[in-house]
Design a protein around this ligand. Structure first.
Ligand code: MSP
Length: 535
């Protein structure tokens, strides 16, 4: 991608029927790291997240809590979903709620257009529905229940009984789009990623598409169908449109043209909605399909998808209160290959925090700053006559920056972080080999000592920039400690695709003491944690 391109990235919008768990946090953080990367690279970036507030799940949860769904959503959004962004240090540009007027107006304009153009008709729906998924289910997608649900058919994801629906409602002619969708997957093999997700979608569409029931009349918590107000729109049809309405569809053409099409980051459980239904809706409306749909895997507990309804949810604050938001961001993106499932464990989180963040990166930064303070009164020395060892560090930095950008472009943040970490590892080895504390004892080695510490400090400058999308807090502290801002400007202004260019940190910059970026944690496993993790 060249600098200045539009990069509009979205998370799924979350059901605020319940509070967030770390699975939701994972999606937010992944989208945020990609957004921050592109923003800092100079792309015209916009990150959208939000809440999906209509549908039966919301209606029922609110009723169980003795509130209207609107009151319930207001409370959860304000008390839990907006604060989540702060907990995880998410730099989103917009937050859409599907109960906002801008969304409802845009949705009604869209569905009216489809109706006027003949893509919607009335029909009779009879079939199963899972309220947990808010999804119509085929018999083949259901499994035999166990325990209290023995003898009943249950949803394979929620393990709860499905409901039999029989309603007269409106249908969207999705079947018309089977061939065009298959052509899309064929012509643009990177439309659905990763490859396994693409294959699943292609197989699914090849089996044939049915038309989609898009309205409900047995309850009224939703967006009314403009030409028949006894019906409300099916919650997914409404929800998918958030990506368009937030960017100004039907209301602000200039902004919509600037942002659209989007890159969607979604969990694999909602892949078909995004890779089949959504592009078909857009094709019907004559709007460009998304740039990419990337399906990430699940955080598993005991081999199953972590979920609040199965009582396996861990609240994001349980992790951030102990380890901090940077560690949360780093851990999930580094430890899990993006696109695959991963099992969370406190032990693994704690081990990586200690080995990689505290000992690997944090110690490196404090030692280098401390040595510049001790041997050069805090003034970054100039480099002279670089040796092979110094040139090897330069080469590592250049390669890491190129590899990391390429990895972010292909939605592989785990590979990007691994590429950047070669700088941490190489620099640690370099300092051990160069032994600046030995050079410091010999006045004749003064220039050499200066070159070694410049090389280390300049390596840290590159690390601060390259890691800032993942570790925004620690890298800001490091940037201040390096005294980089007076000559180079704020960290957020450092062009990311130029981070690998050697020699940017000015000799003569003044460093300031750096307290541990990642302090030692005495009791890494919160006492409450085990009780929350049991399935
Ligand atoms: N409201 C819909 C999305 C509409 S988008 C137009 C929805 N909401 S959700 O709150 O149930 O899930 C939101 C996202 O969280 C999904 O991408 C889902 O995959 C993700 N996760 C929920 N549990 C998860 C894990 N245990 N692990 C990883 N992601 C998980 O679906």
């Amino acid at each position: 991608m060249s600098s200045g391109d539009s990069f509009y990235i979205t998370t799924p919008i979350f059901y605020p029927s319940d509070v967030p768990h770390i699975g939701h946090g994972y999606t937010e953080v992944a989208a945020d790291v990609l957004a921050r990367w592109h923003r800092q690279a100079g792309d015209d970036t916009w990150m959208l997240t939000g809440t999906d507030e209509h549908g039966q799940k919301m209606l029922r949860t609110a009723a169980a809590g003795g509130m209207t769904p609107g009151e319930w959503a207001d409370r959860l959004v304000e008390e839990s979903w907006i604060p989540l962004l702060d907990t995880l240090d998410i730099a989103n540009d917009d937050f859409i709620r599907t109960t906002q007027k801008r969304h409802e107006d845009g949705v009604q304009a869209f569905v009216s257009k489809l109706h006027d153009d003949g893509f919607i008709y009335t029909g009779e729906y009879e079939g199963y529905y899972c309220v947990g998924c808010e999804e119509y289910k085929q018999q083949s997608e259901l499994v035999e229940g166990t325990g209290p649900f023995e003898g009943q058919l249950v949803c394979a994801i929620h393990s709860k009984p499905v409901e039999l629906l029989q309603e007269r409602n409106y249908f969207f002619r999705m079947s018309d789009f089977q061939e065009r969708l298959l052509a899309l997957y064929e012509e643009r093999p990177d439309f659905v990623q990763p490859e396994s997700a693409r294959n699943e979608v292609v197989q699914f569409v090849k089996q044939g598409l049915s038309d989609l029931s898009i309205s409900r009349s047995s309850f009224d918590w939703g967006i009314p169908i403009p030409w028949d107000e006894k019906h409300i729109l099916y919650v997914w049809f409404d929800a998918l449109l958030n990506y368009a309405t937030a960017a100004g569809y039907g209301q602000d053409d200039e902004n919509f043209t600037r942002r659209w099409p989007a890159v969607h980051i979604v969990g694999k459980d909602i892949l078909r909605f995004h890779a089949v239904i959504w592009p078909a809706m857009l094709m019907a409306a004559g709007v460009e399909v998304p740039k990419h749909v990337f399906a990430h895997g699940w955080l598993l507990v005991g081999g199953e998808k972590m979920s609040k309804s199965k009582l396996t949810g861990i609240a994001p604050e349980q992790i951030t209160e102990v380890f901090g938001s940077d560690a949360f961001r780093y851990y999930f993106l580094r430890a899990i290959a993006f696109g695959q499932d991963g099992s969370f464990s406190w032990e693994d989180l704690s081990a990586r925090y200690q080995a990689e963040l505290a000992n690997g990166f944090g110690n490196l930064a404090s030692r280098v700053v401390a040595m510049i303070t001790r041997y050069f009164d805090g003034v970054v020395p100039a480099e002279t006559a670089p040796t092979d060892a110094d040139l090897a560090i330069r080469a590592t930095v250049t390669k890491a920056a190129i590899d990391a950008d390429a990895a972010m472009e292909r939605f592989a943040p785990h590979e990007a972080i691994a590429a950047i970490w070669t700088i941490v590892d190489e620099l640690n080895g370099y300092i051990t080999e160069q032994e600046p504390w030995v050079l410091a004892k010999d006045e004749a080695q003064r220039e050499r000592l200066g070159t070694v510490l410049y090389t280390a400090a300049e390596g840290l400058r590159a690390l601060a920039t390259l890691l800032s999308p993942v570790l925004p807090k620690a890298t800001t502290t490091l940037w201040d400690a390096l005294g980089a801002a007076p000559a180079l400007g704020a960290l957020a202004e450092q062009p990311l695709r130029d981070a690998g260019r050697w020699g940017q940190l000015a000799a003569g910059a003044t460093v300031t003491k750096l307290a541990g970026l990642f302090p030692r944690i005495e009791d890494p496993t919160p006492a409450a944690a085990p009780a929350r993790v049991t399935a």
